[in-house]
Design a protein around this ligand. Structure first.
Ligand code: HEM
Length: 408
């Protein structure tokens, strides 16, 4: 435990209503405590300039060099003890150089722009099939009908997953993804650890099968990825596979779901896209900015750093609120809180992170969302909300879990 911060403001992601709409609280933090130390020890940055600096500063994401008494170690210890999920401990998201460089290079090899482009016809076919079904049903939950199944089908196909495993993987990834945010409930911690182990077992079986039956898919490519004789070890392969499953769909679902909701709440913007379909790529950037599908990234300081005039000590766990940075009026201007599909600098959002860990799947996510919004708008120009929106209750990978719509 450290001393209370001098400001009376305390970041409280467990406050009622926060996961439905965290933005007013982030605005308070930006104004009143932009470099904030929470009473339990971690730090939170909420201004664009500070967040953007942190992501690019090349700080650590790994705790191996830290003392047992570092605030980060103590937090991890308090939550997981020695049961840290594999996904967190071994994926590239949580590794520093040289391992991060090595893992990222090997995975990127199997994840080339050409491989992403080659998926386009498949994505179009998937979207059209989903829109056909929506047209027949007329009233649907957009998350169930499009936002979730699209990215899931894409990453499952990329990895060459047997369809018999889809349902279970979907359930398990939905639990493991909670390890990316603070968890106060010990039952949820146990559920995360159990789901992580089961998912790792499924991935190990798939890897063994692919070794015997290589195919034209990402998993086979990961198994074969080699750099100067360097290959991914078994545990590394499993962790990168889990990362790709989770990053591949638990994020894009929020982009398509949150983007659609933002559009449906603003008929003027919906009409803008309807009248100018060429706006779709910029519209997707603005949707990413407006409601960040991944709300936060984290880094660990290995030496003291000064941010916004405040010194943060070594060994500190620092959260960067991407969502808040994306709404910072100091950077975006007074209309930061409004959706403006033709915003000129929308692409400067930090929703895909920045620096060494910049999202490896950004072009895939952009392609999926562009195809989804282009075809959704053309097919159902008068799509409208038709019931209560529900949010998924998550602090980090946040988005709507139910979005009832009528196809008009
Ligand atoms: C990393 C966001 C889609 C794969 C990241 C990071 C963010 C992010 C913020 C950096 C985390 C950090 O700085 O610590 C998003 C968003 C997406 C999306 C908002 C969709 C809208 C995808 C997809 C894939 C993917 C579709 C792959 C199929 C990855 C990987 C990393 C990553 C492998 C780790 C990169 C590294 O640590 O070097 N993503 N992502 N992401 N993302 Fe994405």
């Amino acid at each position: 435990m450290t001393e209370s911060p001098p400001s009376a403001l305390v970041f409280d992601p467990f406050a009622p209503g926060f996961t439905d709409d965290p933005y007013p609280h982030y605005a308070e933090m930006r104004d009143g405590a932009p470099v904030h130390q929470h009473p339990v020890g971690f730090w939170l940055l909420t201004r664009y300039e500070d967040v953007s600096w942190l992501l690019r500063a090349g700080l650590s994401v790994e705790d191996r060099n830290l003392a047992e008494s570092s605030p980060f170690r103590m937090m991890q210890e308090a939550m997981y003890g020695d049961r840290l999920p594999r996904f967190d401990a071994r994926s590239m998201l949580d590794r520093d150089p040289p391992d991060h460089t090595r893992l990222r290079r090997l995975v990127a090899k199997a994840f080339t722009p050409r491989a992403v482009r080659a998926l386009r016809p498949h994505v179009v076919e998937l979207v059209d099939g989903m829109l056909d079904a929506m047209g027949r049903a007329r009233r649907v939950d957009l998350i169930e009908a499009l936002a979730f199944p699209l990215p899931f089908a894409v990453i499952a196909k990329m990895l060459g997953t047997p369809s018999s495993d889809h349902e279970r993987i979907r359930e398990l990834t939905g639990v493991v993804v909670r390890s990316l945010e603070p968890v106060a409930d010990p039952d949820l911690v146990s559920a995360i650890v159990a789901a992580d182990a089961e998912l790792a077992g499924i991935a190990a079986e798939m890897i063994a099968w692919k070794r015997e039956n290589p195919a034209d898919d990402l998993l086979t490519a990961l198994i074969n990825a080699e750099d100067d004789g360097d290959v991914l070890g078994e545990e590394e392969l499993i962790a990168q596979t889990l990362l790709l499953y989770i990053a591949g769909h638990e994020t894009t679902v929020n982009l398509i779901g949150g983007g659609a909701l933002a559009l449906l709440r603003d008929p003027g913007q919906q009409a803008l896209l309807r009248d100018d379909p060429g706006l779709v790529a910029n519209a997707v950037e603005e949707m990413l900015r407006y409601d960040s599908p991944v709300q936060a990234s984290r880094r660990i300081t290995v030496e003291p750093v000064t941010v916004g005039g405040v010194e943060i000590p070594a060994g500190a766990f620092v959260m960067a609120s991407l969502a808040s940075a994306n709404r910072d009026e100091r950077f975006w201007g007074p209309d930061a809180g409004e959706l403006r599909l033709n915003r000129e600098n929308a692409r400067q959002h930090v929703s895909f992170g920045a620096g060494p860990h910049h999202c490896l799947g950004a072009s895939l996510a952009r392609m999926e969302a562009c195809i989804a919004f282009e075809r959704l708008t053309a097919r159902f120009p008068h799509l409208s909300r038709d019931g209560e929106v529900r949010w998924n209750g998550r602090i980090n990978l946040r988005g709507p879990s139910h979005l009832p719509v009528s196809t008009g």
